[in-house]
Design a protein. Structure first.
Lengths: 420, 273
């Protein structure tokens, strides 16, 4: 077996809450320690400190692409900063084999007064390219970023999209052995994002070792067969991306159940369960089958016109659709105090593979304008799996046939090629 | 430690040059004076020094001497180099925090780029200064203002080097300290502004009589005074030599300490900015 491209051994990293040094005495003490001796890398947890990474070990083979996912604050970015040597671990060690580039924030170090071209050179140099290498790829970079006309304009006059495109384009042409990517593929318009993702796929195919951090599970699925799930600074799971995504979603769903038990609330919805057609609780829905949500509506005081609203969003927060229990063929939840088990089923679930956020809230429709008397503090996430048509969100499989040949319209000839 | 720093810097020389180029370019972009900026600061410094000397001559009822004006010139320009390096480096790490928190590279490249761009400015103003001195030497030959080139002039590059290394030492130390305490930079700026009077830029140690040597404990002063005596007298004053040795020892200690401090706190930079 070849040497791993990245080998991480029992790495620990701590940070401090609040101001790092909030008194002059503190600061001077830190500085004296740095200058005269004693290790600055204390191994024990001090006052107000916490472990951002705890005992993290993993390795990445050359040419492998590994995803890293996890809730906010799980330690993903810290891990990447360690690997790119921006910060140092307090304990443990890691080894990197090969030229490593990290895209932590693209366009880092752009100077507003310099032109696009000057910044391109500067940025590429910062990432370790030589002038000769840059000169060779200059045209490619400019074309990829699609800013040929503005390349000699100062960057301060660029739109944020242009800056991001130039930054990504430089980064994309670095040709490292190992590439670390943190949430950078969310820049630019859809067209550019697709281009970036396509470029990353190319890189993966050309045997670059990739570590890819993203909250967008579909991107991770597309690029990485294996994924690590971080949670609370530890590795929670390491393995196939499908399973990792499931564990990640469970981790996101986990803390909220306790948070919502407020015994004094006038009303609440609890024991929310995602089920299949037969009422068995499931961890994900299957494409083409029924999606069933069961929950207990608890009314502690009379509510005149209780109404349950369920809404679906995709992971980027786009509203997909929803339903309310008071619709004409819905149900009337009794107004009297009590616990009512409600079932909502959508058969079949109309959306394909992906991860969705479900928000539920309880309204009192007698109050105008309708106000939520209870709502989820954070959405529940659920995945839909088993579609055989790739990563489509909506089933777009249509009918194809040969249509009768039509006489060319005179306008077709004179119309310019690009009418958009 | 020195070797490691130099080797790393050499490995990242492209970045060092790119950052230097950026510093220079940015300074002259969208500026009214453009390249004339290089001459603006020295002209102002020398001008105020000359006014100072004229006032002194007036109060002491003596005729102003050309040699004193030459002294002001040859000390102001190196002093400005020193101030540009120390002042520029102090804020350099903070000024580049966008890079430091996002990309790895040996951090000494950042203050060193400031040093190089200060040296760039210095080279241009030094050329101007040399022309002026040659002009003066030719216009007023002989007498007490005689400027005669001797083999002692070979000391000048050595003295300048000493000044630059000392400035680099201060620059490394303050750039680092400024990360921990943000006001260090302003303290440094103010110190440099008024340091002119404590570093014998306009005055000479001889003019203070018995107390003159006290000024020479400021490690910058012996270097500047040596430069002056070489140009106006053809050699370094003998009584300056012990202080010059003191300056050199100070510089070596300072640089060693500053580099050690810099290297040891380097891994913390990204956390403190």
């Amino acid at each position: 077996m070849p040497d791993p491209a990245i080998q991480v051994d029992h790495v620990w990293k701590k940070f401090r809450r609040g101001e790092i040094n909030d008194s002059m005495r503190d600061t001077l003490r830190t500085m004296a320690r740095l200058a005269f001796g004693g290790s600055a890398r204390d191994q024990v947890l001090g006052d107000r400190e916490f472990w951002a990474l705890q005992d993290v070990s993993f390795q990445v083979a050359p040419g492998e692409s590994l995803g890293i996912i996890g809730p906010n604050g799980a330690g993903k970015s810290t891990m990447l900063k360690l690997l790119s040597r921006i910060i140092k671990p307090n304990r443990g060690s890691f080894h990197v084999n090969g030229r490593l580039s990290s895209l932590i924030e693209i366009g880092a170090g752009f100077h507003p007064d310099l032109t696009g071209r000057e910044n391109m050179y500067l940025n590429a140099t910062i990432h370790g390219m030589t002038r000769r290498e840059i000169r060779k790829r200059e045209q490619q970079i400019i074309q990829f970023a699609d800013i040929t006309d503005f390349i000699d304009t100062p960057v301060k006059r660029y739109s944020s999209g242009m800056k991001a495109r130039l930054g990504f384009s430089v980064a994309a042409h670095l040709e490292p052995d190992i590439l670390l990517v943190d949430e950078v593929l969310s820049v630019g318009d859809i067209r550019f994002r697709q281009k970036c993702l396509g470029h990353m796929e190319q890189l993966v195919k050309s045997n670059v070792t990739l570590i890819f951090i993203s909250h967008l599970l579909d991107q991770v699925r597309r690029l990485c067969p294996n994924t690590i799930v971080f949670n609370h600074g530890r590795i929670m799971y390491e393995g196939p991306t499908e399973e990792a995504a499931r564990i990640y979603i469970d981790a996101l769903n986990e803390p909220q159940d306790q948070a919502e038990q407020d015994p004094d609330a006038e009303a609440e919805v609890r024991n929310i369960q995602f089920c299949d057609r037969d009422g068995r609780e499931v961890r994900y829905w299957k494409v083409g089958q029924a999606a069933v949500i069961e929950m207990d509506v608890v009314l502690r005081r009379p509510v005149a016109k209780p109404s349950l609203i369920i809404r679906f969003f995709d992971v980027r927060g786009m509203y997909l659709g929803g339903d309310g229990s008071l619709r004409s063929d819905g149900i009337n939840i009794p107004s009297d105090p009590g616990v009512y088990r409600i079932r909502y089923s959508l058969d079949p679930f109309p959306i394909l593979d992906g991860d969705y956020a479900v928000r539920i809230h309880l309204n009192d429709e007698a109050i105008r304008p309708a106000a939520a008397i209870w709502e989820m503090s954070q959405p529940r996430l659920i995945s839909v799996r088993g579609g055989k048509i790739g990563s489509q969100v909506v089933d777009c499989r249509g009918q194809w046939e040969m249509a009768p040949t039509r006489q060319a319209h005179p306008l077709d000839e004179s119309r310019p090629a690009e009418s958009a | 430690m020195f070797i490691r720093t130099i080797r790393q810097t050499f490995e990242y020389r492209e970045l060092l040059l790119a950052l230097t180029y950026r510093d220079i370019k940015v300074k002259y972009k969208q500026a009214m004076l453009g390249v004339l900026w290089v001459f603006f600061l020295p002209t102002m410094a020398i001008g105020s020094g000359i006014v100072f000397r004229l006032a002194m001559a007036y109060f002491s009822n003596s005729t102003p001497k050309l040699v004193d004006m030459v002294a002001v010139m040859v000390k102001s320009v190196p002093w400005l180099l020193f101030a540009a390096i120390v002042g520029g480096s102090s804020g350099s790490l903070i000024g580049n925090m966008g890079l430091i928190t996002k990309v790895y590279f040996p951090r000494q490249v950042v203050p060193l780029a400031t040093v190089l761009s200060a040296l760039f400015d210095f080279t241009i103003s030094l050329t101007g200064l040399t022309l002026i001195i040659i002009l003066i030497a030719n216009l007023a030959p002989g007498g007490d203002t005689a400027i005669v080139v001797t083999w002692h002039y070979l000391w000048l590059p050595v003295l300048l080097m000493l000044l630059v290394v000392m400035a680099v030492g201060f620059g490394f130390f303050f750039s680092c300290t400024n990360l921990f305490m943000r006001d260090v930079r302003y303290i440094v700026q103010v110190s440099l502004q008024y340091g002119v009077f404590f570093s014998l830029v306009f005055l000479t140690y001889e003019e203070f009589g018995r107390f003159g040597h006290l000024f020479l404990y400021n490690p910058v002063a012996p270097v500047l005074e040596s430069i002056r005596t070489i140009i106006t007298r053809g050699q370094i004053n003998a009584d300056l030599l012990p202080y010059l040795v003191y300056s050199a020892v100070f510089t070596i200690c300072l640089l060693t300490f500053a580099l050690r401090f810099f290297n040891r706190s380097e891994p913390l930079f990204a956390e403190y900015v």
